[in-house]
Design a protein around this ligand. Structure first.
Ligand SMILES: *Cc1c(COP(=O)(O)O)cnc(C)c1O
Length: 384
């Protein structure tokens, strides 16, 4: 089966991990700070805080921004559930902003309308989480301008988007947000097996996230109440978690970062080839803004909803491990039951979902495999 996404692990990656296994520190050594430094340098941002997943990084980001009971977080319905669940972990509630049918990202105009209405009803969000779907950057300048007008914080869910850039530099530079989160799950652009990172320009947010990642404990005298007792001393000043990344994961991350641009370039090559190979077929191709550089985590095509299941099953039966990104989060039973969302609440997201199929896209996908995928798709489209 050709999967829809897959990691690439080199001999150098393996050597980097085994070197850590032979060393003194498997956790809390120098590799995590080194990885954080590499991410920060790459993105052009002063601070990066690594954690054991993007899900934990999103949770830490919400906590650091003070999200709690009575607060609301808004995000896109076309995302993985983790973009919304982070608010529920904090005791806050969740609402959604429908997508732009062209970019499939959270629609800035819809956001503006919803904010104007929320201001009247007194239910403005504390945090908005734009998701760079497929690695294609959202219109952050517009969302940022709205955050100034309405006073909300911004967490970019850039789980798909390490290596992407927009008009103002690399995604992760936080020019238009408080915090940006990346994921290093094996299907994403680079991997640490499990892992995530949060970047920020704000030293206080960085310190808070680092503290909460490790039980809410500090060893810095200036963060303590009263005086330190000595070099052994630490204080728990908040309720945190164990969300730490291991040294093996960080070593893999440092090694993978060296090839990040190469990974993204190959994804662009493959996407351009898909664009050509699929040009005359009855499918809608994914959108890319010419002035952005997507990280191209996914290549989702859109087919007629009545035919989607047939085409999906046919591809799977013929060895193409297609997938669907995403089932709109508001239609998940947990969200329906908890908040009363219904089918029809976010029609653009639901229409998009009804026809979406993600084709295989990853560094090691060969041109021959790609042509084979397209041939099988052609036959499926004809038969459907
Ligand atoms: C993968 C993903 C996450 C969660 O990442 P983990 O590292 O697996 O916790 C969150 N948001 C989006 C949009 C994702 O694709």
């Amino acid at each position: 089966m050709i999967p829809y996404g897959k990691q690439n692990i080199s001999e150098e990656d393996i050597a980097a991990v085994t070197e850590v296994l032979r060393s003194d520190y498997l956790t809390q050594g120098s590799k995590v700070p080194e990885f954080e430094q590499k991410i920060a340098e790459y993105c052009g941002v002063p601070h990066a805080v690594a954690s054991n997943s993007a899900t934990s990084a999103l949770h830490l980001a919400c906590l650091a921004l003070g999200l709690g009971q009575g607060d609301v977080l808004w995000t896109s319905p076309i995302t993985f559930v983790a973009s919304a669940n982070c608010a529920l972990y904090c005791g806050a509630s969740v609402d959604f902003v429908d997508i732009d049918p062209k970019t499939r990202n959270l629609c800035p105009e819809k956001l503006a309308e919803k904010l104007a209405a929320a201001k009247v009803s007194g239910r403005l969000p504390k945090i908005v989480v734009p998701v760079h779907f497929c690695g294609e950057p959202c219109d952050m300048a517009k969302i940022h301008a709205l955050s100034k007008e309405y006073g909300f914080k911004i967490i970019e869910d850039a789980s798909h988007a390490i290596g992407a850039s927009h008009q103002n530099g690399k995604v992760g530079n936080c020019q238009f947000s408080d915090i940006t989160v990346f994921s290093f799950h094996p299907v994403k652009i680079i991997t640490t097996a499990e892992g995530g990172v949060a970047t920020t320009r704000d030293v206080h947010l960085a310190n808070k996230m680092a503290q909460l990642r490790s039980h809410g404990i500090t060893r810095q005298a200036d963060e303590m109440q009263g005086k330190t007792h000595g070099d052994w001393y630490y204080q728990q000043v908040d309720l945190g978690y164990n969300y730490r990344m291991t040294e093996m994961q960080a070593a893999l991350g440092v090694s993978q970062m060296r090839r990040l641009d190469e990974f993204v370039s190959r994804r662009h090559q493959l996407a351009a080839q898909y664009d050509d190979l699929l040009a005359n077929l009855p499918v809608v191709l994914p959108f890319r803004q010419p002035e952005n550089r997507s990280a191209l985590h996914l290549y989702p095509i859109w087919v007629q909803p009545e035919k989607r299941k047939f085409i999906f099953d046919d591809l799977r039966q013929n060895g193409v491990g297609v997938n669907v990104h995403y089932i709109p989060v508001h239609t998940q039973p947990h969200y329906r039951e908890r908040f009363g969302f219904q089918a029809g609440d976010f029609p653009n997201a639901e229409d998009y979902y009804a026809g979406a199929i993600s084709l295989p896209l990853y560094f090691d996908l060969s041109n021959e495999q790609q042509k084979q995928v397209v041939e099988i798709l052609k036959q499926a489209l004809q038969a459907a």
